[in-house]
Design a protein around this ligand. Structure first.
Ligand SMILES: *Cc1c(COP(=O)(O)O)cnc(C)c1O
Length: 408
């Protein structure tokens, strides 16, 4: 069995991987069809517990719903975190269906339509403004509805965070307002009826390097405190982003969270509290909370040999789990951790390629991986499927049915 850290967190019952204490063969019967996604409730709970034990207690934890918007997952997390971050009106609806207060729902993202902004103002969520245009539309909407829009300003920093899988800050960006433009924009809004809370910065995603994250947090705090000193309103909200990564590949080392927690503690006590004693400090995380708690389960429908190479052809594919095929922003294709879920105790391994059922060579889920001998009917399990899985995949491609999702 692989020593990949995320696999070690799942239990094995008999020969079978178990999710939420239910062995996979039984879970497949319960779900009624393969492929499906299964998320382990207990693993999500313990991940949040671990974060709470390491992060300073003054820092609030927000869940970025786009990582996994399954309503049951969001409901479960709503009882564990302090806030929810959404990026569309559909995600906002899922968040507002939970007990989380609307004021603790933040709405970020470029290209918010006037209809979405109107819904958000009426709901009373915190809107993280991404442009001057968005700000002026919010002023109009607030005037029309007679409601003061709760707003924060997303800032595009003047530096880049290295080591992120996806960069979303520094240089020219569609995200946020360039830091040098912020003071003038705030001055232009002083006569309006916006309820200005503070600032948001989110500069990148999937970062596994604690020292880089710590440096970015320190730079962001310095930048936001500088803006706060020049702000026409008292600053009551500082959303510091996140970008905490999870290990996808064998050579990835898990993030050293304790260093990040320690750095955050020093920033809060040493810099933020002295200048902004009442500010609500927020970290927003998506994949770090749910990514490792989910598996994608698909069944072998064919086993064939072509010129010496063995193929396991499964009933799933990149239309459900695009990232595992290497086509979701990756530069180099590498294998996600993969096992035969009903043969966890087999020790004799063979080299096979696991391919999906789509008629394209891109549909490769495991390239020359070492697995126990698997036959038609066996269950292939791909790990790290709890975030950016189903909803980040082209499900309509080739017209196969949608997979089920279960929270166990
Ligand atoms: C996507 C996104 C997140 C979540 O990113 P993860 O890598 O899943 O933690 C958080 N905040 C904003 C603004 C985002 O766009």
């Amino acid at each position: 069995m692989s020593a990949h850290p995320s696999i070690a967190e799942f239990q094995v019952a008999g020969d079978c991987l178990a999710v939420g204490g239910v062995s996979l063969d039984r879970l497949a019967e319960r779900v009624g069809a393969t492929p499906f996604f299964a998320y382990d409730r207990q693993l999500i709970t313990s991940r949040v517990g671990y974060l709470r034990s390491v992060l300073p207690s003054a820092v609030k934890l927000s869940y970025a719903v786009k990582a996994n918007p399954m309503p049951a997952v969001v409901q479960h997390l709503s009882g564990l975190v302090d806030a929810l971050d959404v990026a569309s009106s559909m995600e906002m609806k899922v968040a507002l269906d939970t007990p989380v207060l609307p004021s603790h729902v933040s709405f970020a993202g470029p290209g918010k339509t006037t209809a979405e902004l109107t819904q958000a103002v009426a709901a009373g969520v915190t809107i993280e403004m991404e442009s001057p245009n968005e700000a002026s539309r919010l002023v109009e909407i607030g005037n029309r509805l007679g409601i003061r829009p709760r707003v924060a300003l997303r800032v595009n920093p003047d530096f880049q965070v290295k080591g992120s899988g996806m960069r979303m800050g520094g240089g020219p960006q569609q995200f946020g307002v360039d830091v040098e433009e912020v003071p003038a924009l705030l001055r232009s809004l002083t006569a309006t009826d916006l309820d200005f809370l503070g600032f948001h910065v989110f500069a990148g995603s999937q970062n596994l390097h604690a020292e880089i994250l710590c440096e970015a947090l320190a730079k962001n705090v310095a930048l936001l405190l500088r803006l706060a000193g020049d702000c026409p309103w008292p600053v009551r909200y500082l959303n510091l982003g996140g970008g905490f990564g999870i290990p996808y590949f064998e050579q990835d080392r898990p993030l050293d969270l304790s260093s990040v927690g320690k750095a955050l503690g020093e920033l809060v006590e040493g810099s933020i509290r002295p200048q902004l004693p009442d500010a609500r400090v927020v970290i927003e995380l998506g994949r770090y909370l749910v990514g490792e708690a989910g598996v994608y389960v698909t069944r072998v429908v064919d086993r064939k040999v072509s010129r010496g190479r063995t193929y396991l052809v499964v009933d799933g594919g990149l239309h459900h789990q695009l990232a595992a095929s290497g086509n979701f922003g990756q530069v180099i294709r590498r294998n996600y951790p993969i096992v035969i879920g009903n043969r966890m105790r087999d020790t004799e391994l063979e080299s096979v390629s696991v391919v999906g059922c789509l008629c394209t060579p891109l549909d490769l889920l495991g390239d020359n991986v070492m697995l126990p001998h698997a036959d038609v009917g066996d269950l292939v399990v791909i790990f790290q499927a709890g975030a950016y899985g189903l909803t980040a995949s082209p499900t309509a491609f080739l017209g196969h049915p949608m997979p089920a999702e279960v929270l166990v």
